[in-house]
Design a protein. Sequence first.
Lengths: 247, 282
Amino acid sequence: MIELNVAIKNKHYGDGENTVLAKMGFSVKKGEFVAIVGPSGCGKTTLLNMISGLESCSGQHISYCNNPSNNIDKCQLGYIFQQPRLMPWLTVRENIELVLQPEEYHQVDDLLTQVGLANKGEYFPRQLSGGMQRRVSIARAFAINPKLLLLDEPFNSLDAPTATRLRQLLIELCRQKGTTVVFVTHDLQEAIYLADRILFMSDSPSTIIHQSIVDLPKPRRESGVAELAWQAQLMATYPHLLAGRID
Amino acid sequence: MKLFFSKNDVTTKSVIAKQGFRKGALPMRFSKELFSFICLRLVILSALALTWQGMAWLIASPDFPSFLAVIKSMHYHLNEGEMVANILITLRRALLSFIIAMLLGGLLGILMGIHAWVNKLTDSLLIILLNIPALVTILLSYIWFGLVEAAAIAAVVINKIPTVVVMLREGARAVDKDLLAVAKVYQLSPSKTFFSVFLPQLYPFIIASARSGLSLIWKIVLVVELLGRSDGVGFALNTLFQFFDIAGILAYTIAFVMIILLIEALFFKPFDKLVARGTRFD
């Protein structure tokens, strides 16, 4: 069952000189965890912004939730940005309540417990560490029980142990809720650790140049022997894949 | 599911308690701060009064009445004259003009900050309004609409609106688009987006504009009253000027400034807390 179908003919900025995405097409199955890997500046964030409805272009066909005629309003969509993007004037609890209806506020305590912030509800974001702020943004995204979750390199500037624990948290929450995920990263190891399938983007103007199904058993280990062997084999076959070339 | 990070959390409960973030701790913190704020002001004002009294003794001129003479005059005007009535009338005009100017100026400023076409359309008018002298607006308002209350209020409002517009336009331009994107992605209602995401970003600009606004408005109101009203502080000052009653003029000034200081302490200080929410923790 297809959860997300993306077809973008041409996305450009300005007068058409700066084409970012060209002939971009892929679909994501329900419950699937898809990672999109590409070189820096290839348009990964633009792609997620288009899926989320923040940006658009003529000639795009993006359908959600197993219905070609569905627009984004009919699909519960969560988005975890590169930066946590919490409202600094709201407490942690209020930041999560912001995306909920009043009758759903009782869920907040459970969510905070799930992300390990049970006693931090009355704190303001600036009183929290970077890792804690990310966890609040994860809790906010899962508060709406998203059918489709978009993540834009959310663990980028974190130290390695924090990033590892947040990845585990993400895997656990996605498993519990059966969420379909599109995860953008430039880190192939992270993609192998998390994803069922990896799509590789070319350099700008970007298109999907390759896709690999990660047929490794779960739970996986970061930098585990099997994971590293899988990565080495892929790199041996396509040495320039991370630079956005398949030659 | 197990808890993550429980050992490595940077912020601790003791820090929270020390900084007074708990909702229950705020009223006590606030009343203490208000008390120290009022004490500090009283000390500064007392020092000013003593300096004034000393200078008046040294100069010993009828053009420079002593602080005590001014207090005596204030006592006289409070009991025998119409000081209270005049101050209330001026306050009513100032507050009415303030509210209208803040609402209209705020609305136009936000629209100009958000929509480039509104800015293009009204920018020239804004520059003209910013540079027309207050006196010209007041005179034209009285000539065109007559010596009526509405003309007086309109003159003050027209003088104040441009400065509110300028500040709120800059505020609306500085709004973080990334946070608005969060509101869009999570499909927040327009009212929730406005009141919980957009407006809080404008609070510093609204407060700055309100602070400068109140002080500007009451000064303009006095000129408006002096030129075309038969009551209010401006009218009273004009009468006192004709009798060369310098102590009376200073008594009215002190009384009105004290009321403005009180408004500042009672109404603007709590707004400072609102602006600082989640950003300043000292």
